[in-house]
Design a protein around this ligand. Structure first.
Ligand code: COA
Length: 167
């Protein structure tokens, strides 16, 4: 396969990765040979977890899937996608609210490189209402987030907020 490997980059802040993201990557594997989960340093958000922590959490969650790589990236997404020899950017769309932001990013990325396509998957209905922010909020206040994030991430989240309480 080597040369013709079909690669997609799935970019995001992943602060942290949720089961919604996991579901999207697994569905992406039905189409792509390899998916690079690209964890952004430059993001409009102020992440709770460091770049390395976010990458490590993604790596641990996808350990059983050798076709899924997790890497940090900085700078322009489109440059990173080119450097990976990928032809597609994978993004999930949860609801109408996501549309405008996704539309803007997709068009800007297309302006920057017309040879790279943004592909959207509709998020599975089970994950329509969740976001990393909502999950962090529930975990911070001691609520149950079982089933919404991979187990390793659930542990990390509770640990993080317990340590924060001590300081
Ligand atoms: N299920 C559940 N939740 C989902 C989801 C799914 N399938 N897909 C996305 N989400 C949630 C995430 O949890 C996240 O929630 P949050 O806002 O509470 O953190 C939100 O939807 C979107 O986050 P994410 O998918 O991680 O994307 P992002 O908007 O954080 O990422 C970048 C934006 C990093 C891709 C973008 O800023 C970028 O490309 N930066 C690099 C610099 C650059 O090139 N800029 C120009 C871009 S045109």
């Amino acid at each position: 396969m080597g040369k013709n490997k079909l690669i997609a980059v799935y970019p995001g802040t992943f602060d942290p990765l949720t089961n919604g993201h996991v579901s999207l990557v697994k569905r992406g594997l039905e189409i792509f040979d390899e998916i690079v989960v690209a964890v952004a340093l430059h993001t409009p958000k102020q992440p709770v977890f460091s770049l390395q922590e976010r990458v490590d959490m993604v790596r641990n969650a996808f350990k059983p899937f050798p076709a899924v790589k997790a890497e940090p990236f900085e700078g322009l997404l489109i440059d990173y996608v080119r450097s990976k020899n990928a032809k597609a950017i994978l993004r999930g769309m949860r609801a109408v609210a996501d549309f405008e932001y996704e539309f803007q990013m997709a068009l800007m990325n297309r302006r920057l490189d017309r040879d790279i396509q943004t592909i959207f998957f509709m998020t599975d209905y089970k994950w329509l209402y969740i976001s990393s922010t909502l999950i962090k909020d529930v975990a911070r206040l001691g609520g149950d987030i079982t089933g919404l994030v991979p187990e390793n991430i659930k542990i990390e989240l509770y640990k993080h907020y317990q340590e924060q309480k001590k300081t």
